[in-house]
Design a binder for this molecule. Structure first.
Ligand code: MG
Ligand code: MG
Length: 251
C-alpha cells in the first residue's frame, strides 16, 4: 500500500533528511586513507544523536548492527562498518545513511573516492550521480515509477555501465521501506502512477562491469559477481505540486 504524506509530514521528513544530508557531508570531509569504517560509523551515530530526538534508521532494522552501510569498491550496498576495515588510497566508498525523527524516516547515500581514484572509478561515480539526477527529474505527478527506472537505465547503459536489478529504491515514511518499489530499470508509463504526496527513495546502484550480484557470507554485503566496481547515490524525494522536492539535502 502506498501511503501519501501531507505537506506537514513532508516538511517533517525534510527535517530528518537535513540531518542525513549534514551527516553525509561531514563524512565526505572525513574520508581519508587509514580511517576505519567503524570510525566513520561512530562519528555518524554521535552526530545524528546530537540532534534532539534523532536516531539512526538502520541500527536494528532487520537486525542490521550499525548506523551506516559502508560499501567499498566491488561492494554495492549493505557493507557492515568494522574496525578491521581500513580505507585505502584509491578506494571508492559508498556511504548510506538513514535518520528517524518525529516518527518519519529519510534515506540518502553518496559515493566518495579515498584520495585519488582511477579514471574509470571517477567516471562511474559521475554517471551514477547523473543517473540519480535523471531519476529525480521524472519524480513528477502524472509520471509513472517506470519513467524513473527508464531514465536511470538510459543514462547508465548509455555510458556502458550495468544497472543492478536485484536491489531497488522504495517508498519511505513512517516505515523505512514502503511501497512502491522503485527499480533502476523499467519502461515509460509502466508501474504505479506518481501522485502528489508520495515520498520515495531513488537510489541507482551502477556497476562498471556486469550487473549481477552476490551476497557475502556475512549475509549482508552485496557485491558485484564479477568483482567490478560499483557506485550508489540516493536521495529521498517527495512528489509535490511544484515538482520533485529532494528531502535529503544538508540545510
Ligand atoms: Mg539508503
Ligand atoms: Mg534506500
Amino acid at each position: 500500500m502506498i501511503t501519501l504524506k501531507s505537506p506537514r509530514e513532508i516538511d517533517a521528513m525534510a527535517r530528518a533528511g537535513a540531518i542525513v544530508g549534514a551527516t553525509l557531508a561531514r563524512l565526505r570531509g572525513l574520508v581519508r586513507p587509514g580511517l576505519t569504517t567503524e570510525e566513520l560509523d561512530a562519528e555518524a551515530e554521535r552526530f545524528i544523536r546530537s540532534h534532539a530526538g534523532a536516531k539512526p534508521s538502520f541500527k536494528g532494522l532487520y537486525g542490521f548492527p550499525k548506523t551506516l552501510c559502508i560499501s567499498i569498491d566491488e561492494e554495492i550496498v549493505h557493507g557492515i562498518p568494522s574496525a578491521k576495515r581500513v580505507l585505502e588510497e584509491g578506494n571508492i566508498v559508498s556511504i548510506d545513511c538513514g535518520v528517524f525523527l518525529d516518527g518519519l524516516h529519510a534515506d540518502s547515500a553518496t559515493t566518495v573516492a579515498v584520495g585519488k581514484a582511477s579514471e574509470e572509478a571517477e567516471r562511474l561515480m559521475t554517471v551514477t550521480r547523473q543517473c540519480l539526477e535523471a531519476g529525480i527529474a521524472q519524480a513528477v505527478a502524472g509520471q509513472h515509477v517506470g519513467d524513473i527506472g527508464y531514465a536511470v537505465q538510459q543514462v547508465a547503459e548509455g555510458a556502458g555501465f550495468g544497472v543492478v536489478k536485484e536491489l531497488v529504491g522504495h517508498g519511505i515514511g513512517a516505515r523505512f521501506h514502503e511501497d512502491p518499489q522503485v527499480p533502476n530499470f523499467g519502461r515509460p508509463k509502466r508501474g504505479p502512477r506518481l501522485v502528489t504526496g508520495m515520498t520515495i527513495a531513488i537510489e541507482p546502484m551502477i556497476t562498471a562491469g556486469r550487473p549481477e550480484t552476490r551476497t557475502l557470507s556475512d549475509k549482508w554485503t552485496v557485491v558485484t559477481a564479477d568483482g567490478s566496481l560499483a557506485a550508489h547515490f540516493e536521495h529521498t524525494v517527495a512528489i509535490t505540486e511544484n515538482g520533485p522536492r529532494v528531502l535529503t539535502l544538508a540545510a
